[in-house]
Design a protein around this ligand. Structure first.
Ligand code: ZN
Ligand code: FE
Length: 243
């Protein structure tokens, strides 16, 4: 069965991506992590889209900056992790780990993936085989550990790692090229990585996002997903912080 869900990538701020998940049968949409309102408004007014839901992966300003204005303008419902209710502006639907969130034709499993922040979640749209990973998993990288522990971050990445290989990864930032420099410096013989870097550079030259990535590629190329245990992961995370 073919569904009518389409993703629109909206570049925001310096290097953030917000995403519109559009149900083309009704022209309804969710926005993931609106960094700022304006680029979202520009797109949805041009396309006559009803912005029904705002989904936040975590509370950092570059992921929630548009919440208030979008909610006021469109009466959208803000969805976020229940223990971050005090830090996510305008939140009204509180979700928790492993919960199914289902509204209209949208259906996602909530996966708690702490480490970058303690309340970070991923939105796994399993029917469409895509996950919005915020600042936890990036293409060829992972988020900085601001509030959680190395162990939490390692386990969060393992949760994502266990999803089907053909899952599309939509992350919060266009960091792929910088991340690739770190991966190749520490994993120079990796042929899959070498090939992925060629594709990444081509996309960027064509002024296209490198996102989505595919989980299979990340498992083969992302040095943080390749780490076998918390110890080696922690070492890599420290090295990356000083790269
Ligand atoms: Zn963040
Ligand atoms: Fe961010």
């Amino acid at each position: 069965m073919k569904n009518n869900i389409k993703i629109e990538i909206i570049p925001c701020l310096q290097d953030n991506y917000s995403y519109l998940i559009i149900d083309e049968s009704k022209n309804d949409a969710c926005v993931i992590d609106p960094s700022e309102a304006k680029p979202i408004i520009n797109f949805i007014e041009k396309e006559n889209i009803n912005l029904k839901y705002i989904l936040n992966t975590h509370h950092h300003f570059d992921h929630i900056g548009g919440n208030k204005e979008l909610k006021e303008r469109y009466n959208s419902i803000v969805v976020g992790y229940k223990h971050d209710a005090k830090r996510i502006p305008e939140i009204s639907v509180l979700v928790e780990d492993n919960q199914m969130w289902k509204e209209d034709n949208f259906e996602a499993k909530i996966i708690h993936i702490p480490g970058h922040t303690t309340g970070h979640v991923g939105f796994y749209f399993f029917k469409e085989k895509m996950i919005f990973t915020g600042d936890t998993l990036f293409s060829l990288g992972c988020g900085k550990i601001f509030e959680g522990t190395y162990k939490q971050m390692f386990e969060s990445l393992s949760k994502i790692r266990s999803l089907p290989d053909d899952t599309k990864i939509y992350c919060g930032h266009e960091y792929t090229l910088q991340n690739s420099n770190f991966c190749i410096a520490h994993d120079p013989q990796n042929l899959n990585l070498q090939n992925k870097i060629i594709k990444i550079k081509k996309k960027l030259n064509d002024k296209k996002p490198t996102i989505p990535s595919i989980l299979k590629d990340e498992k083969e190329c992302n040095i943080f997903l390749r780490a076998k245990n918390v110890e080696s992961f922690s070492k890599l995370r420290d090295l990356k912080d000083n790269f």
